[in-house]
Design a protein around this ligand. Structure first.
Ligand SMILES: [Zn+2]
Length: 300
């Protein structure tokens, strides 16, 4: 699954290439990529033709591009294997491209999706609290959020992210901390990889009850979350299966910095004990059995 760093890599690439250029034509090769757009393929193309993208905004792993029709944006769900590619118009056709848009700057925005869990749709925007609806440092005026994304909480890289508010909610949760970190309505953008990495850095076990972490420990954990996400963004995300790529089709390389995720059986980079994997919520949790023990008392 693409997580925040992979989505940010795509968002930034789009912000650098497709903004303020007119969409001259749209070719749909497989209308299943528009399954979430209520009006269907022809409605989508009719609305988008002649329009411009004004910004590329992200909250967690959700990306949207407001268009120059007041109150509307194109929402891009990457799903399991969705990719946004920006190519020159004479670039060879790529097999898994489901839809492409020709822009008047000579570039083509291609939506590629092998497994078709991703989608594009035009959605209505609504106002949000704060000076920005999500992460879009190039365009500070994007203050509205699509209805389909509005239930998603702000992520730790969002300028309006409020740690005190999140901490307060965590102190009422008895479930394991990893469960809370993955709750996109509490804090978005942290998936399995980055949760395991942040917990390893903070020396916290994934099943440590959220309400047993002190303010100090939660601050420390979130400092690691922010740091891990920022490092992964700087490296273009983590790629294991060639599914996640930047808009030029290149993979990220954060995988070489992993300390816990996918490191089962390798020595912990801090203490040398072997990293373990435990089944957890239909996936795995990777942790060091020595550095990350469940503590009965409050974690200071
Ligand atoms: Zn260790």
């Amino acid at each position: 699954m693409p997580e925040l760093p992979e989505a940010e890599t795509v968002r930034r690439g789009l912000a650098e290439t497709v903004l303020n250029s007119e969409i001259q034509s749209i070719e749909v090769f497989d209308s299943r990529c528009l399954k979430k757009h209520a009006g269907g393929e022809h409605d989508f193309a009719a609305i988008m033709r002649g329009k411009k993208f004004l910004a590329a905004v992200r909250r967690g792993k959700f990306i949207w591009l407001p268009i120059d029709v007041e109150g509307f944006a194109m929402v891009m769900h990457l799903g399991m294997s969705g990719q946004a590619l920006v190519r020159t118009q004479d670039y060879e056709h790529e097999k898994q491209v489901r839809l492409q848009m020709n822009l008047d700057n000579g570039l083509q925005l291609r939506f590629s999706d092998q497994r078709l869990f991703g989608s594009l749709m035009i959605d209505q925007l609504e106002p949000t609290e704060g000076s920005a609806a999500g992460f879009s440092p190039e365009t500070k005026t994007a203050t509205e959020i699509p209805l389909s994304v509005s239930h998603i909480a702000r992520d730790p890289l969002d300028p309006e992210f409020n740690l005190a508010k999140v901490r307060k909610k965590l102190k009422n949760r008895t479930a394991g901390i990893k469960h809370a970190l993955l709750d996109q309505q509490l804090v978005s953008g942290i998936g399995n990889i980055y949760a395991d990495e942040s917990l390893w850095r903070a020396r916290v076990h994934f099943n440590q009850p959220a309400d047993s972490l002190s303010t100090k420990k939660l601050n420390e954990l979130f400092a690691h979350v922010t740091e891990v996400l920022a490092e992964a963004v700087a490296q273009g995300g983590t790629t294991f299966d060639q599914q996640y790529k930047n808009i030029n089709g290149q993979s990220g390389y954060f995988a070489q910095n992993l300390n816990a995720y996918g490191q089962t059986g390798k020595p912990c980079n801090r203490c040398g004990r072997l990293i373990q994997r435990q089944s957890w919520q239909n996936r795995g949790s990777h942790f060091c059995p020595s550095c990350q023990r469940i503590r009965k008392q409050k974690l200071k």
